[in-house]
Write a protein that binds this ligand. Sequence first.
Ligand SMILES: Cc1cc2nc3c(=O)[nH]c(=O)nc-3n(C[C@H](O)[C@H](O)[C@H](O)COP(=O)(O)OP(=O)(O)OC[C@H]3O[C@@H](n4cnc5c(N)ncnc54)[C@H](O)[C@@H]3O)c2cc1C
Length: 504
Amino acid sequence: MAQAQAHPHDHDVLDVIIIGSGISGIGCAAHLRRDRPEKTWCILEMRDDLGGTWDLFRYPGIRSDSDLYTFSYDFKPWNSDNAIAGAAEIKRYIAETADEYDIRRQIRFRRKVTACAWDSTEGLWTVTTTRGDDGMVETWRGRWIFSATGYYDYDKGYRPAFPEEEKFAGPIIHPQHWPEDLDYTGKRIAVIGSGATAVTLLPALAEKAAHVVQVQRTPSYVMPMPQRDGLLTLARLLPSRDLTHRLMRKKNIVQRHVFWLLCQRYPKMMRALIRKINRANLPQDFPIDIHFNPPYGPWQQRLCAVPEGDLYKSLSSGKTSIVTGHIDKFVADGIAMKSGEVVAADIIVTATGLNLKMAGGVAYTVDGKPVVWSDHAIFRGMLLDGIPNFALCIGYTTSSWTLKVGLLCKYFCQLLGEMDRRGKAICIPQRPAGGMTLKPLLDFGAGYVQRSIGSLPKQGDGYPWMMTFSYGGDVKMMKRSSVILPEMKLYDAPAAPAHRPAPA
Ligand SMILES: Cc1cc2nc3c(=O)[nH]c(=O)nc-3n(C[C@H](O)[C@H](O)[C@H](O)COP(=O)(O)OP(=O)(O)OC[C@H]3O[C@@H](n4cnc5c(N)ncnc54)[C@H](O)[C@@H]3O)c2cc1C
């Protein structure tokens, strides 16, 4: 690829550079349009289109496992009948938001951000991108960075090596890289994995395949969920779509939170309840104790929701089945288990998960010094100590990611407004002088989190240095605390002019 150098935007210093045009990046842009219309900003996006996760993943059946009333934005009603939605429908909703708020023309597609360098003498970030089509390197300058790059590596899914996989005669496919032309009609498919992707794939593939087997080492918690929310008909009687959305959203926030709380407080009782629901949905002789018996408590890892119990239906019909155990090796026509059983397959799908990637893999520096994320602590769930004018967008992992992102975007806009009011240009959170006890950022058992937890920023043991996971608690906190806390050091803009002359 050509490595032409260009600095086409040196003369434009933007107030905010948003990285990523997934649901979070578009959400941030919409919040800026609504709450801080005077601010200038752009979105840098490495892909050809917006939507992030909902544009990338193309495997059969791809859908949310959160309800869309909580996954959607609070300012834009989710009008569909589907509480659980497919990728295409979610992407359409994100695109509609981008159009309603005239965001699209501010997105610079095919720009992979490779580096962000803060210069204190200018009080600015210089962001370097490489253009996807011709490899052109460009730079962009902004006062703030809002990093909305999601949490995983877009280039490569997590794919452990299996013994003797070269002996398998058929294709081995990772759901993150699903070949659009794959014809699996009448084929026998083995899906390795036990997370949301595996339980989505099983019934979806079974529509055309001869048989689909889920090969799992460790079972997950699975719960049925109605495709259409029971309250919707009643909620639609309200006089506006906005009110319907608000009611549905509130109900689901409370319902999910109560369920999560019960799982934390009474894990044994909730485990028994989930077991009972599984039993009621499966044939009498189905070995639930083997295939639906996770060795951890409910919600210690993400719980898999299956709309209309589609997984149970496909298992009950015999179109799909589950094998729980350890894989010994791949053989020419399938997978040999350590138990001696051979799972016959023409295609193997490795639904083995994601690789976590912090801040889109971008190399950050502050005054020439590389940022080591694990040296920094999160502040108000978004800022990092010692890093100027930088917002990191990480959502909830135990309820809809976007519920938290909405709060972060609101707070981000408030912060920009308050800094303007005080005539300040730079904000850097500073850790307490006496230090504080640091903990991992996420207390979540999922494999992709545990594999990379050491490379993530840390959290302290109390607000505002804590990563919170309660929407209700966060809303209360936002209302009660002032926008600027004493730990946030504010500085004037540097005396040197931020604007360079426009190129001739
Ligand atoms: C299959 C699947 C299903 C999921 N279902 C749910 C669910 O039901 N509920 C839930 O809460 N969460 C779910 N998640 C998690 C989901 O990723 C988030 O909830 C949400 O979509 C993340 O949105 P985001 O905008 O923060 O990040 P993403 O959707 O990941 O978007 C990030 C964007 O940043 C861009 N980007 C990244 N790095 C760079 C870079 N260096 N330069 C330029 N651009 C960059 C990417 O191209 C992408 O467009 C799911 C995840 C997966 C993989």
